[in-house]
Design a protein around this ligand. Structure first.
Ligand SMILES: [Ca+2]
Length: 259
């Protein structure tokens, strides 16, 4: 259920700023990407896009625990969950961890994420989420999110989405970005063109990040965290260019403080 080329194409269409990587991402893993001419890659992308035309937005169901101010959650995340090469340098929905909380306009919200594994770096994003009529269910184990990948730094709006398993319509998604960033202490960033969008944050402590923002409106906020730019010492544990893989995870502890 995780990584079909079909869904890679949707990610490609949804985020035009990230064209190159998603196109390569839906090639078979055994395929030599270097041998493939650029024109062939683009043609493959267009064929895939045409096949997808007319389909509605696939919705992925994730567990988004309801968070209480000051109460931490610890969960295993993929060490490249927040920014994964195989998803066109987007976040990996299934292998990140989610949360949801309520805040009133004007409240100060502080988000803290601490990694329990040396050499890994947390990224975190928060959006205000529309939970009004016709929107997809939010929060808990029935939380729907768009597709298998997420844009870490941008507002997200879709048409009516359908459950990727049942095909049932589940409503649309509107998430307005509130804050995002990643622990840049000791990290070696890639993708310089997007560096400011990803928001590197330095606090002098590798493996931790804290972000603070004033809630722009009343209502529901959605949080996601995952690893980003793991150190080479960690990457060397996996003999592949994408050092994350499925199995390589870290225990992240994340919490919100709302005042
Ligand atoms: Ca830090």
């Amino acid at each position: 259920m995780c990584c079909s080329s079909f869904l890679m194409v949707q990610g490609f269409l949804g985020h035009p700023e990230n064209h190159a990587a998603p196109v390569a991402a839906f090639l078979p893993s055994t395929f030599s990407r270097k041998k493939m001419k650029k024109s062939t890659v683009l043609a493959s992308a267009l064929v895939g896009a045409m096949a997808f035309a007319g389909a509605s937005h696939a919705a992925t169901k994730v567990d988004a625990p309801i968070m209480t101010s000051g109460v931490p959650i610890t969960a295993n995340v993929q060490i490249q969950g927040w920014l994964n090469d195989d998803f066109g340098i987007q976040g990996w929905t299934h292998f990140s961890k989610w949360g949801q909380f309520e805040a009133r306009k004007g409240q100060r919200v502080t988000v803290t994420v601490i990694s329990g594994r040396a050499g890994t770096h947390p990224g975190v994003s928060v959006w205000w989420r529309n939970t009004g009529p016709m929107t997809a269910p939010a929060g808990g184990k029935g939380n729907y999110y768009q597709n298998h990948a997420y844009n870490q730094y941008d507002t997200i709006k879709t048409g009516v989405m359908t459950d990727e398993v049942t095909g049932a319509e589940v409503g649309y998604l509107e998430m307005i970005t509130a804050t995002n960033g990643y622990d840049a202490d000791g990290a070696t960033p890639k993708y310089a063109a997007n560096a400011n969008l990803f928001n590197p944050v330095f606090d002098g402590i590798p493996g931790t990040i804290q972000l603070s923002f004033v809630a722009p409106r009343n209502g529901t906020y959605q949080l996601v965290t995952g690893g980003v730019f793991p150190d080479s010492s960690v990457c060397q544990m996996k003999p592949v260019n994408n050092c994350g893989g499925f199995a390589l995870q870290a225990a992240f502890t994340y919490q919100v403080d709302i005042r």
